[in-house]
Write a protein that binds this ligand. Structure first.
Ligand SMILES: C[S@@+](CC[C@H](N)C(=O)[O-])C[C@H]1O[C@@H](n2cnc3c(N)ncnc32)[C@H](O)[C@@H]1O
Length: 249
């Protein structure tokens, strides 16, 4: 287990979240409370989720006198998420980063709105690439602005992991509504079904060829940027003849 030991990284994680007393924030994999403590000082309501009973006991003792901190003994992959708007600030084991991101970023509607996360460097690089390489990363990056804030060298943890990490910022895009999302889901699912062929060809029958030709050209789906996918979905959303398909997650 690699505990964050750099005060500078912890301070910048919490500062980037810009939390106040009206906010609800979750620290997933809270461990000894290294991040929980500065989160508690922001005055927000804090949920510290931890699976290891020894850490849970320590967290309960440490935050006993802080009524706005609740320690939840549960698994981050299955714990019930709040319905109300919430933020996440966390440094979690690299092995459960993707399951957690899936829970936060995949559902079209949820209370999740933003996060400051420590994840493996390679994962952060992949998620913040201008050209998402699969339908899932495109779905995430079109609906959330994913920003590489900084590299977090392995030496910032005790003990140091084998690879560096990154501080990743996540913000829900306010200009992507349910209709745009539904169209986006249909476009990405169809275009990535045959990722080697030009996306505009894969989208025949899903979107009007005059629009896909102009925006997508002959590029296959993994070569199309997040910005272009978003522009296409927003253009189609303004066309009242396009009915938003069902089946979004
Ligand atoms: C890398 S440590 C980070 C601890 C602390 N956040 C820090 O930065 O120092 C990961 C923590 O996540 C906990 N953890 C691992 N898998 C978990 C899971 N599935 N659900 C909840 N907590 C988990 C571990 O017990 C450990 O305390």
């Amino acid at each position: 287990m690699h505990l964050l030991s750099s005060g500078r990284v912890i301070t910048s994680l919490v500062a980037a979240a810009d939390l106040g007393p009206d906010d609800l924030v979750i620290d997933f994999g809270a461990g000894p409370g290294t991040i929980t403590a500065p989160l508690a000082r922001t005055g927000s309501r804090v949920l510290a989720v931890e699976r290891d009973p020894r850490f849970v006991a320590g967290l309960r003792r440490r935050f006993d006198d802080r009524p706005h901190v609740r320690v939840v003994h549960d698994d981050l992959r299955t714990v019930r998420l709040p319905r109300r708007a919430f933020a996440v600030v966390a440094s979690i084991p690299f092995a459960v980063s993707t399951p957690l991101l899936r829970r936060l970023l995949t559902p079209a509607a949820s209370g999740f709105c933003r996060a400051e996360l420590v994840v493996e460097w390679g994962l952060a690089k992949r998620l913040t690439a201008a050209r998402p390489r699969d339908a899932e990363s495109a779905w995430w990056s079109c609906r959330f602005a994913l920003t590489m804030r900084r590299r977090v060298p392995a030496g910032c943890f005790t003990p140091a992991p084998r690879v560096d990490a990154a501080h990743l910022g996540v913000r829900r895009r306010s200009d992507v509504d349910r209709r745009v999302s539904a169209i986006l889901w249909a476009l990405l699912s169809a275009a990535h079904r045959r990722p080697g062929s030009p996306a505009r060809v894969a989208l025949r029958g899903v979107a009007p060829p005059r629009i896909t030709q102009r925006l997508l050209g002959d590029d296959p789906a993994p070569e199309i940027t997040t910005d272009t996918w978003l522009a296409l979905a927003k253009t189609l959303a303004t066309d009242r003849n396009v009915s938003p398909p069902r089946g979004m997650p």
